[in-house]
Design a protein around this ligand. Structure first.
Ligand SMILES: *Cc1c(COP(=O)(O)O)cnc(C)c1O
Length: 376
């Protein structure tokens, strides 16, 4: 059986977890957390990276920092993971869904302006498959209407838009280190903060509303409860696991890219024959090989393709059911404008097995089976 995902494991994870235990520091903000956040800061150039318990939590922190309240509106695509919306509706905001572009499956930047009202507080672009949204246009709108940008860059670590790292372009950027992402700690994430003025408040929210981070840096001699907060810091055990992967980030990146490029090469003929569509990466964007998907003709053909591949021992999967069609999406959100592509394109999409260490022979086998399906 070829699984859709295998959580990454590069080799030093167990050794570093053991070191964390030896350090007698398995709570949050230990040495491995420090290494990971410093790595993210130097790689991306962000002002501050805070390791969190998930990308969902990083996004929740962004919503808290922006003081999102009942009655506020937040613009996002409907074709995304629930967390994108959860973080804001948990604060009482309304999710305003905008249609996607059929080429990248990202929010259509040209439809955002129409969704802006006097209640709009933020735009949340989701960089699907690690391919960037059209950030210049989105930034222009945010400046024009005085809105904040929270990038859902859960899939976007080490991808770029016009040379800028995803997650560093908006006011806040949110990464995920869930086991299905390129670099993992089981469950985990990071919040990137562009404006240094938000850093102190973010540290307080993350540490149960206390100024403990300042205390640990020796800037104050005892810490206290200063604001409302929660607990968003991961154990150093998880950070130790992540550090083993960040240390080998290039190796993971290159390996995934090799797989992605091989899929693309092997399936190009089918695209030329017009039977499937392959992912589109716009000229300004460099992606991180997070995902390889193809698009079938329609829902019916996709269902047959997934079943066929399963019979051949290949686990290929579909992806998001548009949020506006889900019970909670109807309750907490509204689709603005016409659903021209969100439903239609999401029904065509199939994700192929993609993980660190996926063998070349398997990629060839999968591509051949897809060709068999279309040549039957
Ligand atoms: C994975 C993912 C998330 C959630 O990440 P967690 O770390 O599991 O909270 C959010 N948004 C998108 C687009 C994702 O792919």
């Amino acid at each position: 059986m070829i699984y859709f995902n295998n959580p990454p494991f590069v080799g030093n994870e167990l050794e570093y977890v053991r070191q964390a235990i030896d350090n007698q520091k398995i709570c949050g903000d230990g040495p491995f957390t420090k290494k990971c956040s410093q790595w993210i800061e130097s790689k991306t150039g962000t002002s501050k990276a805070l390791l969190t318990t998930s990308c969902t939590h990083a996004t929740e922190m962004a919503a808290l920092l922006l003081d999102i309240k009942p009655g506020d509106e937040v613009i996002m695509p409907s074709y995304t993971f629930v967390s994108t919306a959860d973080a804001f509706v948990l604060r009482g905001a309304k999710a305003v869904f905008v249609d996607i572009r059929p080429d990248t499956m990202n929010i259509d930047e040209n439809l955002i302006e129409n969704a802006i009202t006097e209640h709009t507080k933020a735009i949340v672009p989701v960089h699907y498959a690690g391919v960037s949204c059209e950030m210049d246009k989105i930034t222009e709108l945010a400046l024009k209407y005085n809105l904040k940008i929270v990038e859902d860059a859960a899939q976007g670590l080490l991808s770029t838009y016009k040379g800028k790292m995803l997650g560093t372009i908006g006011d806040f950027g949110c990464y995920s280190f869930h086991e299905t992402k390129n670099y993992s700690m089981g469950e985990g994430g990071a919040l990137l903060i562009r404006d240094p003025n938000y850093i102190e408040k973010a540290e307080i929210i993350r540490e149960k509303g206390t100024n403990r981070s300042k205390f640990f840096r020796g800037q104050i001699d005892k810490y206290t409860w200063v604001d409302a907060g929660s607990s968003y810091l991961p154990s150093d055990l998880n950070a130790a696991y992540l550090w083993a992967q960040l240390e080998q980030a290039d190796k993971i990146f290159d390996n995934r890219m090799k797989t992605w490029n091989l899929y693309y090469e092997l399936l190009t003929d089918l695209q030329k024959q017009g039977v499937i569509s392959l992912p589109v990466v716009p000229e300004n964007c460099a992606h991180n090989a997070h995902m390889f998907y193809i698009k079938a003709k329609d829902l019916d053909e996709r269902t047959h393709l997934i079943d066929f591949l399963k019979e051949q021992g290949i686990l290929a999967v579909f992806h998001y059911i548009p949020l506006h069609t889900a019970p909670a999406g109807k309750k907490f959100g509204v689709f603005c404008g016409e659903d021209r592509y969100t439903t239609k394109e999401s029904e065509r999409l199939v994700r192929l097995p993609m993980y660190y260490g996926l063998e070349e022979e398997k990629v060839v086998y999968i591509a051949n089976k897809i060709k068999d399906f279309y040549c039957r």
